[in-house]
Design a protein around this ligand. Structure first.
Ligand SMILES: [Zn+2]
Length: 80
């Protein structure tokens, strides 16, 4: 195998690794944004508990307070 070929393979491997890392960073950033919203939502609503991602907008956070579930970003609400 030529040096040129080996170099090409190493470069491709590096590109793949970079893409993998980029994907991971993006997922972690999204998770972090979401967790930050969870913390903010918990701070805003005393006694509310973050329960999950909003099924309506997919962005906001659903928090439960008593028998009510409410989204922090789109206002979606559901009574249990
Ligand atoms: Zn929502």
């Amino acid at each position: 195998m030529t040096t040129e070929r080996i170099r090409g393979r190493t470069a491709r491997r590096r590109v793949n690794r970079m893409r993998e890392l980029e994907g991971r960073v993006e997922r972690l950033e999204e998770e972090l944004r979401w967790l930050r919203r969870a913390v903010e939502a918990n701070g805003e609503r005393v006694g509310a508990k973050a329960v999950g991602r909003c099924p309506n907008c997919g962005e906001g956070l659903l928090s439960a307070s008593g028998s009510e579930l409410r989204c922090s970003s789109c206002g979606y609400a559901k009574f249990l």
